[in-house]
Design a protein around this ligand. Structure first.
Ligand code: COA
Length: 261
């Protein structure tokens, strides 16, 4: 029996599928989803068989963002409990972004509010061309607060100034144009596009992929000069790992490295 009430988590070889499973409310997330997504991504970190995580949503839409009944309940709590709940919600996005395995998002239907936030939190988001995104919070009298760092890392402050303030919806093609998603494809091609990215990730050295995620985080805020001691130490350490030795030997020996099945 699944340990999750609001998610469907299944393994297909080295690929761990995490599916939001509240289709009746378009996968809006409440406190249970917040807890379970954090648990699922912590488990993915510890799962030695998992090399890639695919995050998707069951039913018509990827996610309609925060469950507004739950938001209403949270708002009526005493201030400290309200803040603790918001902190947990923020940490759900962080758990996805900081997952030690690469995370691919399969985004379809709607990804509104926190659904756009979940899209921003994954490493590689692939969506349908007609998928509807939007930082719609202002339409409800709130702001996209906890998701703002994740979204702004992808689209930048300039675009946020329009999209956070208007709450306007935009489609998958526009999401690709502004850098929120990696690719937007016709609906019939969505699964193939996700599989292609997963396939690419599975041909990469697992430790190198994890290190690449950390590298991006490590150099993002450094000047070119300040980056030099960090990046030179990084490659010096990485090129002497067992995985790199195998990768070099495989290339020079004209064979596949041992992490490719
Ligand atoms: N929180 C709680 N319930 C939600 C929800 C949300 N964020 N989004 C959808 N639902 C519920 C609806 O109330 C409806 O419930 P009902 O069947 O009891 O009436 C059910 O999910 C289906 O929604 P519906 O609007 O009928 O589906 P749709 O496919 O026509 O439209 C959306 C889907 C996502 C476009 C639309 O539901 C929507 O705009 N949701 C709000 C998105 C939003 O603003 N999110 C930001 C939250 S901060």
């Amino acid at each position: 029996m699944s340990r999750y009430q609001t998610l469907e988590v299944t393994a297909a070889g080295p690929v761990l599928h995490v599916r939001l499973n509240r289709p009746d409310v378009r996968n809006a997330f409440n406190g249970a989803v917040v807890e379970e997504l954090q648990a699922a991504f912590a488990a993915a970190n510890d799962d030695t068989n998992a090399r890639v995580v695919v995050l998707s949503g069951n039913g018509k839409s990827f996610s309609a963002g925060a469950d507004l009944s739950w938001m209403q309940e949270q708002a009526s709590l005493p201030q400290l409990a309200n803040e603790v709940g918001a902190d947990r919600m923020a940490r759900m996005f962080l758990a996805i972004a900081r997952c030690t395995k690469p995370v691919v998002g399969r985004i379809h239907g709607h990804a509104l509010g926190g659904g756009t936030g979940l899209t921003a939190a994954v490493d590689i988001a692939i969506c349908t061309e007609d998928c509807q995104f939007g930082l719609t919070e202002v339409k409800l009298g709130i702001v996209p607060a906890v998701i703002s760092p994740f979204v702004m890392q992808k689209i930048g402050a300039g675009r946020a100034r329009t999209l956070f303030l208007t709450g306007e919806r935009f489609d998958g093609r526009e999401a690709q144009r502004i850098g929120l998603v990696h690719r937007a494809v016709p609906e019939a091609e969505l699964d193939a596009a996700v599989e292609k990215s997963v396939g690419e990730l599975l041909t990469a050295g697992p430790a190198a992929v994890a290190s690449a995620k950390e590298l991006i985080r490590g150099v993002a805020s450094l000047s070119l000069e300040d980056a030099i001691p960090v990046t030179s130490k990084w490659i010096a350490a990485l090129r002497s790992t067992p995985e790199a030795r195998e990768g070099f030997a495989a290339f020079l020996g004209k064979r596949k490295p041992n992490w490719i099945a």
